[in-house]
Write a protein of this length. Structure first.
Lengths: 209, 413
Protein backbone atom coordinates (compact mmCIF):
# COMPACT_ATOMS: atom_id res chain seq x y z
CA UNK A 1 0.00 0.00 0.00
CA UNK A 2 1.36 3.40 -0.95
CA UNK A 3 1.88 5.99 1.74
CA UNK A 4 -0.61 8.78 2.30
CA UNK A 5 0.96 12.14 1.54
CA UNK A 6 0.34 14.94 4.00
CA UNK A 7 1.51 18.48 3.30
CA UNK A 8 1.93 20.97 6.12
CA UNK A 9 1.86 24.70 5.44
CA UNK A 10 3.03 26.97 8.24
CA UNK A 11 2.64 30.73 7.86
CA UNK A 12 4.49 31.79 11.00
CA UNK A 13 6.81 34.71 10.42
CA UNK A 14 9.41 34.23 13.15
CA UNK A 15 11.89 31.41 13.51
CA UNK A 16 11.12 29.41 15.53
CA UNK A 17 7.41 30.23 15.65
CA UNK A 18 4.58 28.97 17.78
CA UNK A 19 2.69 28.53 14.51
CA UNK A 20 5.29 26.00 13.35
CA UNK A 21 5.20 24.39 16.77
CA UNK A 22 1.44 23.89 16.50
CA UNK A 23 1.85 22.56 12.96
CA UNK A 24 4.40 20.02 14.17
CA UNK A 25 2.13 18.86 17.01
CA UNK A 26 -0.82 18.44 14.68
CA UNK A 27 1.36 16.54 12.23
CA UNK A 28 2.80 14.25 14.89
CA UNK A 29 -0.63 13.28 16.21
CA UNK A 30 -2.13 12.78 12.75
CA UNK A 31 0.81 10.66 11.64
CA UNK A 32 0.79 8.48 14.74
CA UNK A 33 -2.98 7.89 14.51
CA UNK A 34 -2.63 6.86 10.86
CA UNK A 35 0.34 4.61 11.59
CA UNK A 36 -1.56 2.90 14.42
CA UNK A 37 -4.15 2.06 11.80
CA UNK A 38 -1.49 0.58 9.57
CA UNK A 39 -1.37 3.51 7.15
CA UNK A 40 2.05 4.73 5.97
CA UNK A 41 2.47 8.49 6.04
CA UNK A 42 4.80 10.83 4.21
CA UNK A 43 4.79 14.35 5.59
CA UNK A 44 6.30 17.41 3.90
CA UNK A 45 6.50 20.67 5.84
CA UNK A 46 6.78 24.05 4.14
CA UNK A 47 7.36 27.39 5.86
CA UNK A 48 5.76 30.14 3.78
CA UNK A 49 8.35 32.55 5.16
CA UNK A 50 10.93 30.81 2.95
CA UNK A 51 8.67 31.34 -0.08
CA UNK A 52 7.59 34.92 0.58
CA UNK A 53 9.49 36.44 -2.36
CA UNK A 54 8.43 33.68 -4.74
CA UNK A 55 4.79 34.10 -3.72
CA UNK A 56 4.95 37.84 -4.42
CA UNK A 57 6.62 37.22 -7.78
CA UNK A 58 3.91 34.73 -8.66
CA UNK A 59 1.23 37.27 -7.79
CA UNK A 60 2.90 39.80 -10.08
CA UNK A 61 3.99 37.49 -12.91
CA UNK A 62 1.39 34.75 -13.02
CA UNK A 63 3.82 31.87 -12.82
CA UNK A 64 5.67 30.17 -10.00
CA UNK A 65 9.44 30.15 -9.61
CA UNK A 66 10.72 26.55 -9.38
CA UNK A 67 10.88 26.30 -5.57
CA UNK A 68 7.30 27.54 -5.17
CA UNK A 69 6.10 25.32 -8.00
CA UNK A 70 7.31 22.28 -6.06
CA UNK A 71 5.18 23.32 -3.09
CA UNK A 72 2.12 23.99 -5.27
CA UNK A 73 2.53 20.58 -6.89
CA UNK A 74 2.86 18.92 -3.48
CA UNK A 75 -0.31 20.61 -2.19
CA UNK A 76 -2.40 19.88 -5.26
CA UNK A 77 -1.54 16.17 -5.22
CA UNK A 78 -1.69 15.64 -1.44
CA UNK A 79 -4.00 13.35 0.53
CA UNK A 80 -4.27 15.89 3.31
CA UNK A 81 -3.28 19.43 4.19
CA UNK A 82 -2.47 20.78 7.62
CA UNK A 83 -2.69 24.56 7.32
CA UNK A 84 -1.56 26.73 10.20
CA UNK A 85 -1.46 30.51 10.29
CA UNK A 86 -1.12 33.26 12.83
CA UNK A 87 -4.19 35.44 13.28
CA UNK A 88 -3.40 39.06 12.42
CA UNK A 89 -6.00 41.82 12.70
CA UNK A 90 -8.88 39.35 13.07
CA UNK A 91 -7.94 37.05 10.19
CA UNK A 92 -5.32 34.80 8.55
CA UNK A 93 -1.88 36.29 7.95
CA UNK A 94 -1.52 38.14 4.63
CA UNK A 95 1.25 35.82 3.57
CA UNK A 96 -1.03 32.82 4.13
CA UNK A 97 -3.77 34.34 1.96
CA UNK A 98 -1.25 35.32 -0.71
CA UNK A 99 -0.15 31.70 -0.88
CA UNK A 100 -3.73 30.47 -1.17
CA UNK A 101 -4.26 33.06 -3.92
CA UNK A 102 -1.58 31.48 -6.12
CA UNK A 103 -2.91 27.96 -5.64
CA UNK A 104 -4.94 26.90 -8.67
CA UNK A 105 -8.64 27.30 -7.73
CA UNK A 106 -9.28 23.65 -8.59
CA UNK A 107 -6.20 22.29 -6.86
CA UNK A 108 -7.74 21.83 -3.41
CA UNK A 109 -10.97 20.10 -4.43
CA UNK A 110 -11.82 17.21 -2.08
CA UNK A 111 -8.68 17.78 -0.06
CA UNK A 112 -9.00 16.99 3.69
CA UNK A 113 -7.74 19.99 5.65
CA UNK A 114 -6.88 20.40 9.31
CA UNK A 115 -6.89 24.09 10.25
CA UNK A 116 -4.67 25.45 12.97
CA UNK A 117 -4.20 29.04 14.08
CA UNK A 118 -2.21 30.91 16.66
CA UNK A 119 -2.78 34.23 18.38
CA UNK A 120 -1.94 36.29 21.42
CA UNK A 121 -5.16 35.59 23.31
CA UNK A 122 -8.01 33.04 23.08
CA UNK A 123 -10.35 35.88 22.13
CA UNK A 124 -9.24 35.42 18.47
CA UNK A 125 -10.10 31.72 18.35
CA UNK A 126 -13.29 32.10 16.29
CA UNK A 127 -11.22 33.45 13.38
CA UNK A 128 -10.80 29.80 12.38
CA UNK A 129 -14.53 29.49 11.84
CA UNK A 130 -15.43 32.86 10.36
CA UNK A 131 -12.31 33.45 8.23
CA UNK A 132 -10.26 30.35 7.50
CA UNK A 133 -12.95 27.68 7.20
CA UNK A 134 -14.97 29.62 4.56
CA UNK A 135 -11.79 30.04 2.52
CA UNK A 136 -11.34 26.29 2.28
CA UNK A 137 -14.99 25.50 1.70
CA UNK A 138 -15.00 28.06 -1.13
CA UNK A 139 -12.16 26.10 -2.71
CA UNK A 140 -14.11 22.84 -2.30
CA UNK A 141 -11.64 21.43 0.19
CA UNK A 142 -12.92 19.50 3.21
CA UNK A 143 -11.89 21.19 6.48
CA UNK A 144 -12.53 18.92 9.46
CA UNK A 145 -14.97 20.25 12.02
CA UNK A 146 -12.40 20.76 14.74
CA UNK A 147 -10.00 23.63 14.13
CA UNK A 148 -7.22 24.03 16.65
CA UNK A 149 -6.46 27.47 18.03
CA UNK A 150 -3.42 27.94 20.26
CA UNK A 151 -3.21 31.15 22.24
CA UNK A 152 0.07 32.20 23.82
CA UNK A 153 -1.25 31.11 27.20
CA UNK A 154 -1.92 27.58 25.88
CA UNK A 155 1.83 26.97 25.81
CA UNK A 156 2.10 27.56 29.58
CA UNK A 157 -0.08 27.14 32.63
CA UNK A 158 -2.66 29.74 31.65
CA UNK A 159 -4.29 27.50 29.04
CA UNK A 160 -7.70 25.89 28.99
CA UNK A 161 -7.76 23.50 31.94
CA UNK A 162 -10.75 21.46 30.78
CA UNK A 163 -10.07 21.08 27.07
CA UNK A 164 -6.29 21.37 27.00
CA UNK A 165 -4.34 22.18 23.84
CA UNK A 166 -3.06 18.56 23.54
CA UNK A 167 -6.68 17.34 23.79
CA UNK A 168 -7.79 19.69 21.05
CA UNK A 169 -4.83 18.77 18.86
CA UNK A 170 -5.65 15.08 19.24
CA UNK A 171 -9.32 15.59 18.43
CA UNK A 172 -8.57 17.58 15.27
CA UNK A 173 -5.82 15.16 14.23
CA UNK A 174 -8.16 12.18 14.66
CA UNK A 175 -10.89 13.71 12.49
CA UNK A 176 -8.28 14.59 9.90
CA UNK A 177 -6.66 11.13 9.96
CA UNK A 178 -10.03 9.48 9.34
CA UNK A 179 -10.54 11.51 6.14
CA UNK A 180 -6.96 11.03 4.98
CA UNK A 181 -7.18 7.28 5.49
CA UNK A 182 -10.18 7.07 3.15
CA UNK A 183 -9.16 9.48 0.39
CA UNK A 184 -7.54 8.29 -2.83
CA UNK A 185 -6.72 11.82 -3.87
CA UNK A 186 -2.99 11.43 -4.50
CA UNK A 187 -3.74 8.61 -6.96
CA UNK A 188 -5.82 11.00 -9.05
CA UNK A 189 -3.12 13.45 -10.03
CA UNK A 190 -4.56 16.26 -12.08
CA UNK A 191 -2.59 17.54 -15.06
CA UNK A 192 -3.31 21.19 -15.91
CA UNK A 193 -2.19 20.57 -19.50
CA UNK A 194 -4.41 17.54 -20.02
CA UNK A 195 -6.98 17.92 -22.76
CA UNK A 196 -10.21 17.20 -20.87
CA UNK A 197 -12.49 18.40 -23.62
CA UNK A 198 -11.29 17.65 -27.16
CA UNK A 199 -12.48 20.17 -29.72
CA UNK A 200 -14.87 17.71 -31.30
CA UNK A 201 -16.99 18.02 -28.19
CA UNK A 202 -16.73 21.79 -28.12
CA UNK A 203 -17.49 22.66 -31.74
CA UNK A 204 -20.73 21.14 -32.87
CA UNK A 205 -21.33 18.96 -35.88
CA UNK A 206 -18.32 16.73 -35.58
CA UNK A 207 -18.33 13.01 -35.98
CA UNK A 208 -15.61 10.47 -35.60
CA UNK A 209 -14.34 11.46 -32.19
CA UNK B 1 12.42 29.69 -40.89
CA UNK B 2 11.01 33.18 -40.34
CA UNK B 3 12.42 35.76 -37.94
CA UNK B 4 10.72 38.92 -36.82
CA UNK B 5 9.50 41.14 -34.04
CA UNK B 6 6.22 41.60 -32.23
CA UNK B 7 5.06 44.63 -30.31
CA UNK B 8 2.63 45.06 -27.45
CA UNK B 9 2.21 48.79 -28.34
CA UNK B 10 2.57 49.94 -24.74
CA UNK B 11 3.24 53.63 -24.11
CA UNK B 12 5.50 53.58 -21.08
CA UNK B 13 7.56 56.17 -19.27
CA UNK B 14 11.30 55.86 -19.89
CA UNK B 15 12.47 55.21 -16.32
CA UNK B 16 15.91 56.66 -17.02
CA UNK B 17 14.59 60.06 -18.14
CA UNK B 18 11.08 60.20 -16.67
CA UNK B 19 9.72 61.07 -20.10
CA UNK B 20 6.58 59.44 -21.55
CA UNK B 21 6.05 59.66 -25.32
CA UNK B 22 2.71 60.79 -26.71
CA UNK B 23 0.45 58.39 -28.58
CA UNK B 24 1.37 60.05 -31.87
CA UNK B 25 5.09 59.79 -31.18
CA UNK B 26 4.85 56.10 -30.27
CA UNK B 27 2.68 55.31 -33.28
CA UNK B 28 5.11 57.01 -35.66
CA UNK B 29 8.00 55.34 -33.87
CA UNK B 30 6.50 51.89 -34.32
CA UNK B 31 5.97 52.54 -38.02
CA UNK B 32 9.69 53.40 -38.27
CA UNK B 33 10.54 50.20 -36.39
CA UNK B 34 8.45 48.12 -38.79
CA UNK B 35 10.13 49.64 -41.84
CA UNK B 36 13.56 49.16 -40.30
CA UNK B 37 12.74 45.52 -39.58
CA UNK B 38 12.50 44.96 -43.32
CA UNK B 39 15.65 47.02 -43.98
CA UNK B 40 17.77 44.85 -41.66
CA UNK B 41 16.47 41.65 -43.25
CA UNK B 42 13.83 40.44 -40.82
CA UNK B 43 10.80 38.58 -42.21
CA UNK B 44 7.86 39.37 -39.93
CA UNK B 45 6.31 42.31 -38.07
CA UNK B 46 3.42 41.50 -35.73
CA UNK B 47 1.23 44.01 -33.93
CA UNK B 48 -0.82 43.64 -30.75
CA UNK B 49 -4.43 44.72 -30.23
CA UNK B 50 -5.61 46.68 -27.21
CA UNK B 51 -8.62 48.83 -26.43
CA UNK B 52 -7.39 50.95 -23.53
CA UNK B 53 -4.54 53.28 -22.59
CA UNK B 54 -1.58 53.08 -22.22
CA UNK B 55 -1.67 51.01 -25.43
CA UNK B 56 -2.30 52.51 -28.84
CA UNK B 57 -3.04 49.65 -31.23
CA UNK B 58 -6.83 49.49 -31.36
CA UNK B 59 -7.00 49.30 -35.14
CA UNK B 60 -4.40 46.81 -36.37
CA UNK B 61 -5.43 46.55 -40.03
CA UNK B 62 -5.19 50.33 -40.50
CA UNK B 63 -1.65 50.26 -39.14
CA UNK B 64 -0.62 47.15 -41.04
CA UNK B 65 -2.05 48.49 -44.31
CA UNK B 66 0.13 51.58 -43.96
CA UNK B 67 3.18 49.44 -43.23
CA UNK B 68 2.34 47.26 -46.22
CA UNK B 69 2.46 50.32 -48.44
CA UNK B 70 5.86 51.31 -47.03
CA UNK B 71 7.49 47.89 -47.37
CA UNK B 72 7.83 45.23 -50.02
CA UNK B 73 8.76 41.89 -48.45
CA UNK B 74 7.79 42.16 -44.79
CA UNK B 75 5.17 39.63 -43.66
CA UNK B 76 2.52 41.42 -41.57
CA UNK B 77 0.91 39.67 -38.66
CA UNK B 78 -0.83 40.27 -35.35
CA UNK B 79 -0.01 39.41 -31.76
CA UNK B 80 -2.79 38.91 -31.06
CA UNK B 81 -6.12 39.55 -32.78
CA UNK B 82 -8.94 39.22 -30.26
CA UNK B 83 -11.12 36.39 -31.52
CA UNK B 84 -13.34 36.67 -28.45
CA UNK B 85 -14.55 40.27 -28.64
CA UNK B 86 -14.15 41.15 -32.33
CA UNK B 87 -17.00 40.33 -34.66
CA UNK B 88 -15.79 37.47 -36.86
CA UNK B 89 -17.60 39.03 -39.81
CA UNK B 90 -15.58 42.22 -39.49
CA UNK B 91 -12.37 40.22 -39.03
CA UNK B 92 -13.14 38.29 -42.23
CA UNK B 93 -13.64 41.55 -44.11
CA UNK B 94 -10.71 43.50 -42.61
CA UNK B 95 -8.07 40.84 -43.08
CA UNK B 96 -9.20 39.85 -46.57
CA UNK B 97 -8.95 43.54 -47.41
CA UNK B 98 -5.46 43.69 -45.93
CA UNK B 99 -4.51 40.67 -48.05
CA UNK B 100 -5.48 42.54 -51.21
CA UNK B 101 -3.64 45.78 -50.46
CA UNK B 102 -0.52 43.93 -49.27
CA UNK B 103 -0.56 41.40 -52.10
CA UNK B 104 -0.91 38.57 -49.66
CA UNK B 105 1.77 39.54 -47.12
CA UNK B 106 -0.54 38.92 -44.18
CA UNK B 107 -1.33 36.28 -41.64
CA UNK B 108 -2.83 36.66 -38.19
CA UNK B 109 -2.52 35.27 -34.73
CA UNK B 110 -5.68 34.79 -32.72
CA UNK B 111 -5.85 35.10 -28.96
CA UNK B 112 -8.43 35.63 -26.27
CA UNK B 113 -6.87 38.76 -24.81
CA UNK B 114 -5.61 39.43 -21.30
CA UNK B 115 -7.56 42.53 -20.31
CA UNK B 116 -10.73 41.59 -18.45
CA UNK B 117 -12.85 44.71 -19.06
CA UNK B 118 -12.49 44.38 -22.85
CA UNK B 119 -15.11 41.62 -22.70
CA UNK B 120 -17.88 43.73 -21.13
CA UNK B 121 -16.86 46.78 -23.20
CA UNK B 122 -17.63 44.71 -26.29
CA UNK B 123 -20.74 43.10 -24.85
CA UNK B 124 -19.23 39.74 -23.89
CA UNK B 125 -18.70 37.73 -20.71
CA UNK B 126 -15.11 36.75 -19.90
CA UNK B 127 -16.31 33.43 -18.51
CA UNK B 128 -17.32 32.57 -22.08
CA UNK B 129 -13.80 33.27 -23.38
CA UNK B 130 -13.11 29.79 -24.69
CA UNK B 131 -16.56 29.13 -26.23
CA UNK B 132 -16.33 32.57 -27.90
CA UNK B 133 -12.92 31.75 -29.34
CA UNK B 134 -14.18 28.44 -30.71
CA UNK B 135 -17.47 29.65 -32.16
CA UNK B 136 -16.13 32.91 -33.59
CA UNK B 137 -13.25 31.18 -35.32
CA UNK B 138 -15.50 28.51 -36.79
CA UNK B 139 -17.55 31.30 -38.38
CA UNK B 140 -14.47 33.23 -39.53
CA UNK B 141 -13.07 30.06 -41.06
CA UNK B 142 -16.27 29.50 -43.05
CA UNK B 143 -16.64 33.13 -44.14
CA UNK B 144 -13.22 32.93 -45.81
CA UNK B 145 -13.98 29.63 -47.52
CA UNK B 146 -17.62 29.79 -48.58
CA UNK B 147 -19.06 32.51 -50.84
CA UNK B 148 -22.47 32.31 -49.21
CA UNK B 149 -22.86 31.48 -45.53
CA UNK B 150 -25.97 30.54 -43.59
CA UNK B 151 -25.05 30.47 -39.96
CA UNK B 152 -26.42 30.66 -36.48
CA UNK B 153 -24.60 30.38 -33.18
CA UNK B 154 -24.80 31.38 -29.57
CA UNK B 155 -22.92 34.67 -29.51
CA UNK B 156 -23.75 36.57 -32.67
CA UNK B 157 -26.83 37.45 -34.64
CA UNK B 158 -27.50 34.77 -37.30
CA UNK B 159 -26.51 35.18 -40.94
CA UNK B 160 -28.63 34.15 -43.87
CA UNK B 161 -27.12 34.25 -47.35
CA UNK B 162 -24.18 36.36 -46.22
CA UNK B 163 -21.09 36.93 -48.34
CA UNK B 164 -17.95 38.42 -46.76
CA UNK B 165 -16.31 40.82 -49.20
CA UNK B 166 -13.80 41.07 -50.65
CA UNK B 167 -13.16 37.37 -51.06
CA UNK B 168 -9.68 36.41 -49.82
CA UNK B 169 -6.89 37.19 -52.29
CA UNK B 170 -6.78 34.41 -54.92
CA UNK B 171 -9.53 32.74 -52.84
CA UNK B 172 -6.83 31.67 -50.37
CA UNK B 173 -7.55 32.74 -46.76
CA UNK B 174 -4.74 34.23 -44.67
CA UNK B 175 -2.81 31.67 -42.65
CA UNK B 176 -3.89 31.67 -39.00
CA UNK B 177 -1.88 31.07 -35.85
CA UNK B 178 -3.56 30.47 -32.52
CA UNK B 179 -1.85 31.75 -29.40
CA UNK B 180 -2.39 30.55 -25.87
CA UNK B 181 -0.21 30.35 -22.82
CA UNK B 182 -1.73 27.39 -21.04
CA UNK B 183 -5.13 26.47 -22.44
CA UNK B 184 -4.88 23.01 -23.97
CA UNK B 185 -8.19 23.45 -25.82
CA UNK B 186 -6.62 26.22 -27.93
CA UNK B 187 -3.69 24.00 -28.89
CA UNK B 188 -6.28 21.43 -29.97
CA UNK B 189 -8.22 24.09 -31.88
CA UNK B 190 -5.09 25.04 -33.85
CA UNK B 191 -4.39 21.38 -34.54
CA UNK B 192 -7.97 20.65 -35.57
CA UNK B 193 -7.92 23.25 -38.35
CA UNK B 194 -4.34 22.49 -39.37
CA UNK B 195 -3.42 26.05 -38.36
CA UNK B 196 -0.25 27.24 -36.65
CA UNK B 197 0.28 27.45 -32.91
CA UNK B 198 2.24 30.30 -31.35
CA UNK B 199 3.56 30.16 -27.81
CA UNK B 200 4.04 33.59 -26.25
CA UNK B 201 6.87 32.02 -24.31
CA UNK B 202 8.18 35.30 -22.83
CA UNK B 203 6.46 35.64 -19.48
CA UNK B 204 6.37 31.95 -18.74
CA UNK B 205 8.78 29.18 -17.92
CA UNK B 206 9.95 26.97 -20.76
CA UNK B 207 8.21 23.94 -19.24
CA UNK B 208 4.78 25.47 -20.01
CA UNK B 209 5.73 26.13 -23.62
CA UNK B 210 7.13 22.64 -23.99
CA UNK B 211 3.92 21.01 -22.77
CA UNK B 212 1.67 23.14 -24.97
CA UNK B 213 3.71 22.59 -28.12
CA UNK B 214 3.93 18.85 -27.49
CA UNK B 215 0.14 18.68 -27.14
CA UNK B 216 -0.38 20.76 -30.29
CA UNK B 217 1.97 18.57 -32.32
CA UNK B 218 0.32 15.37 -31.09
CA UNK B 219 -3.18 16.71 -31.89
CA UNK B 220 -2.05 18.03 -35.30
CA UNK B 221 -1.14 14.48 -36.21
CA UNK B 222 -4.32 13.11 -34.62
CA UNK B 223 -6.49 15.44 -36.74
CA UNK B 224 -4.77 14.23 -39.89
CA UNK B 225 -2.84 17.25 -41.10
CA UNK B 226 0.57 15.55 -41.20
CA UNK B 227 3.10 14.22 -38.75
CA UNK B 228 3.74 15.90 -35.41
CA UNK B 229 7.04 17.20 -36.80
CA UNK B 230 5.14 18.94 -39.61
CA UNK B 231 2.97 21.07 -37.32
CA UNK B 232 3.53 24.82 -37.65
CA UNK B 233 5.06 26.27 -34.50
CA UNK B 234 5.96 29.84 -33.59
CA UNK B 235 7.71 31.11 -30.48
CA UNK B 236 8.07 34.44 -28.76
CA UNK B 237 11.28 35.68 -27.24
CA UNK B 238 12.60 38.79 -25.60
CA UNK B 239 16.08 40.24 -26.01
CA UNK B 240 18.21 43.23 -25.19
CA UNK B 241 21.71 43.34 -26.66
CA UNK B 242 24.93 45.27 -26.60
CA UNK B 243 28.29 44.15 -27.94
CA UNK B 244 29.45 43.61 -24.38
CA UNK B 245 27.19 41.55 -22.20
CA UNK B 246 27.63 43.65 -19.06
CA UNK B 247 26.76 46.85 -20.96
CA UNK B 248 23.47 45.25 -21.98
CA UNK B 249 22.67 44.26 -18.39
CA UNK B 250 23.50 47.70 -17.01
CA UNK B 251 21.51 49.55 -19.66
CA UNK B 252 18.44 47.27 -19.57
CA UNK B 253 18.15 46.85 -15.79
CA UNK B 254 16.17 50.07 -15.07
CA UNK B 255 13.75 49.18 -17.87
CA UNK B 256 13.37 45.67 -16.51
CA UNK B 257 12.97 46.79 -12.90
CA UNK B 258 10.19 49.22 -13.81
CA UNK B 259 8.54 47.34 -16.67
CA UNK B 260 4.82 46.70 -16.79
CA UNK B 261 4.02 43.07 -15.83
CA UNK B 262 7.33 41.97 -14.29
CA UNK B 263 8.69 45.22 -12.87
CA UNK B 264 9.15 45.30 -9.09
CA UNK B 265 8.88 41.52 -9.09
CA UNK B 266 11.63 38.99 -9.77
CA UNK B 267 15.22 40.08 -10.26
CA UNK B 268 16.60 40.39 -13.79
CA UNK B 269 18.90 37.47 -13.04
CA UNK B 270 16.07 35.18 -11.83
CA UNK B 271 13.85 36.15 -14.74
CA UNK B 272 16.50 35.50 -17.40
CA UNK B 273 17.11 32.13 -15.82
CA UNK B 274 13.43 31.17 -15.65
CA UNK B 275 12.16 32.56 -18.97
CA UNK B 276 13.50 33.05 -22.52
CA UNK B 277 14.53 36.68 -21.80
CA UNK B 278 18.13 37.20 -22.89
CA UNK B 279 20.03 40.32 -21.87
CA UNK B 280 23.58 40.20 -23.14
CA UNK B 281 25.71 39.93 -26.26
CA UNK B 282 24.44 38.87 -29.69
CA UNK B 283 26.23 35.56 -29.18
CA UNK B 284 24.27 34.93 -25.99
CA UNK B 285 21.03 35.60 -27.87
CA UNK B 286 22.11 33.17 -30.58
CA UNK B 287 22.91 30.47 -28.03
CA UNK B 288 19.69 30.88 -26.08
CA UNK B 289 17.50 30.97 -29.21
CA UNK B 290 19.11 27.86 -30.65
CA UNK B 291 18.30 26.15 -27.36
CA UNK B 292 14.55 26.64 -27.91
CA UNK B 293 14.69 23.92 -30.57
CA UNK B 294 15.78 21.41 -27.92
CA UNK B 295 12.39 21.51 -26.23
CA UNK B 296 9.92 22.39 -28.99
CA UNK B 297 11.51 20.70 -32.01
CA UNK B 298 12.25 22.33 -35.37
CA UNK B 299 9.92 25.30 -35.66
CA UNK B 300 8.83 27.86 -38.22
CA UNK B 301 8.71 31.35 -36.75
CA UNK B 302 10.67 33.23 -34.10
CA UNK B 303 9.42 36.65 -32.99
CA UNK B 304 11.16 38.88 -30.46
CA UNK B 305 9.81 41.60 -28.23
CA UNK B 306 12.32 44.48 -28.34
CA UNK B 307 10.40 47.75 -27.97
CA UNK B 308 8.48 47.76 -24.70
CA UNK B 309 8.93 49.14 -21.18
CA UNK B 310 9.77 52.67 -22.30
CA UNK B 311 12.86 51.86 -24.39
CA UNK B 312 13.61 54.87 -26.64
CA UNK B 313 13.15 54.56 -30.40
CA UNK B 314 16.87 54.99 -31.08
CA UNK B 315 17.69 52.05 -28.81
CA UNK B 316 15.03 49.88 -30.43
CA UNK B 317 16.41 50.62 -33.90
CA UNK B 318 19.88 49.65 -32.63
CA UNK B 319 18.43 46.36 -31.38
CA UNK B 320 17.08 45.74 -34.86
CA UNK B 321 20.52 46.44 -36.35
CA UNK B 322 22.09 43.85 -34.05
CA UNK B 323 19.38 41.31 -34.85
CA UNK B 324 19.76 41.87 -38.58
CA UNK B 325 23.55 42.04 -38.73
CA UNK B 326 24.74 39.61 -36.09
CA UNK B 327 21.96 37.35 -34.83
CA UNK B 328 19.54 36.34 -37.58
CA UNK B 329 22.13 35.45 -40.27
CA UNK B 330 23.76 33.00 -37.85
CA UNK B 331 20.40 31.61 -36.69
CA UNK B 332 19.27 31.04 -40.29
CA UNK B 333 22.38 28.99 -40.93
CA UNK B 334 22.31 27.07 -37.65
CA UNK B 335 18.57 26.29 -37.68
CA UNK B 336 18.94 24.95 -41.24
CA UNK B 337 21.52 22.42 -40.08
CA UNK B 338 20.08 18.95 -39.45
CA UNK B 339 16.58 20.22 -40.16
CA UNK B 340 14.62 17.22 -41.48
CA UNK B 341 13.42 17.73 -45.07
CA UNK B 342 9.80 16.93 -44.13
CA UNK B 343 9.63 19.90 -41.75
CA UNK B 344 7.82 22.62 -43.73
CA UNK B 345 8.45 26.36 -43.70
CA UNK B 346 5.79 28.69 -42.30
CA UNK B 347 3.01 28.99 -44.91
CA UNK B 348 3.00 32.16 -46.99
CA UNK B 349 0.43 33.36 -49.49
CA UNK B 350 2.61 32.05 -52.34
CA UNK B 351 2.96 28.60 -50.78
CA UNK B 352 -0.76 28.39 -50.02
CA UNK B 353 -1.64 29.38 -53.60
CA UNK B 354 0.68 26.69 -54.94
CA UNK B 355 -0.77 24.13 -52.54
CA UNK B 356 -4.31 24.95 -53.67
CA UNK B 357 -3.89 25.49 -57.40
CA UNK B 358 -0.59 23.90 -58.47
CA UNK B 359 0.12 25.27 -61.95
CA UNK B 360 -3.45 26.49 -62.46
CA UNK B 361 -4.40 30.16 -62.31
CA UNK B 362 -5.94 31.11 -58.95
CA UNK B 363 -9.60 32.00 -58.75
CA UNK B 364 -10.35 35.70 -59.15
CA UNK B 365 -13.75 36.44 -57.62
CA UNK B 366 -15.80 38.61 -59.99
CA UNK B 367 -19.27 39.66 -58.84
CA UNK B 368 -22.50 39.39 -60.76
CA UNK B 369 -24.35 42.58 -61.61
CA UNK B 370 -26.13 44.75 -59.07
CA UNK B 371 -29.79 43.99 -59.63
CA UNK B 372 -30.78 47.49 -58.52
CA UNK B 373 -31.14 47.08 -54.74
CA UNK B 374 -27.41 46.82 -54.07
CA UNK B 375 -27.59 43.02 -54.04
CA UNK B 376 -26.34 40.71 -56.74
CA UNK B 377 -28.76 38.64 -58.70
CA UNK B 378 -28.62 34.92 -57.91
CA UNK B 379 -25.07 33.85 -57.04
CA UNK B 380 -22.86 36.65 -55.71
CA UNK B 381 -19.95 35.81 -58.03
CA UNK B 382 -19.88 34.68 -61.63
CA UNK B 383 -18.29 31.35 -60.69
CA UNK B 384 -19.92 30.73 -57.28
CA UNK B 385 -22.01 27.81 -58.49
CA UNK B 386 -19.01 26.08 -60.00
CA UNK B 387 -16.87 26.67 -56.91
CA UNK B 388 -19.57 25.28 -54.64
CA UNK B 389 -19.98 22.22 -56.83
CA UNK B 390 -16.27 21.48 -56.65
CA UNK B 391 -16.35 21.99 -52.87
CA UNK B 392 -19.18 19.49 -52.64
CA UNK B 393 -17.33 16.92 -54.69
CA UNK B 394 -14.09 17.20 -52.72
CA UNK B 395 -15.86 17.93 -49.43
CA UNK B 396 -12.63 17.94 -47.54
CA UNK B 397 -10.21 20.40 -46.10
CA UNK B 398 -6.85 20.24 -47.81
CA UNK B 399 -4.65 17.78 -45.96
CA UNK B 400 -7.48 16.18 -44.03
CA UNK B 401 -7.67 12.85 -45.72
CA UNK B 402 -8.31 11.07 -42.46
CA UNK B 403 -8.99 11.85 -38.83
CA UNK B 404 -11.74 13.98 -37.44
CA UNK B 405 -11.08 16.89 -39.81
CA UNK B 406 -12.05 14.71 -42.75
CA UNK B 407 -15.46 13.91 -41.31
CA UNK B 408 -16.62 17.37 -40.33
CA UNK B 409 -20.25 17.92 -41.18
CA UNK B 410 -19.97 21.66 -41.65
CA UNK B 411 -18.52 21.25 -45.07
CA UNK B 412 -21.47 19.22 -46.30
CA UNK B 413 -23.94 21.71 -47.61
Amino acid sequence: MTAKRIVIISAGLSTPSSTRQLADRLTADAASILRERGVDVEAQVFELRDLAHDITNHLLMGFAPPKLQEVLDAVSTADGLIAVTPIFSTSYAGLFKSFIDVVDPQALTDLPVLIGATGGTPRHSLAIDYAIRPLFTYLHAIPVTTGVFAATSDWGDGGDGVRSLPDRIFRGAKEFAELVERTDRSDLVSDPFALDRPIGHLVGGLTGE
Amino acid sequence: MQFGIFTVTDITQDPTTGRTPSEHERIKGTLAVAKHAEEVGLDVFALGEHHNPPFWSSSPTTTLAYIAAQTSTLQLSTATTLITTNDPVKLAEDYAMLQHVSDGRVDLMLGRGNTGPVYPWFGQDIRQGLPLALENYELLHRLWREDVVDWSGKFRTPLQGFTATPRPLDDVPPFVWHGSIRTPEVADQAAFYGDGFFANHIFWPASHTQRMIALYRQRFEHHGHGTAAQAIVGLGGQVFMRKNSQDAVNEFRPYFDNAPVYGHGPSLEDFTQQTPLTVGSPQEVIDKTLGFRDYVGDYQRQLWLIDHAGLPLKTVLEQLDLLGEEVVPVLRKEFAKDRPVEVPDAPTHASLVTAKYGDQAPRQATPNANRGDNLTLGSPYQDTAAVEASQRSSNRQAGSAFGAAATRKEFVR
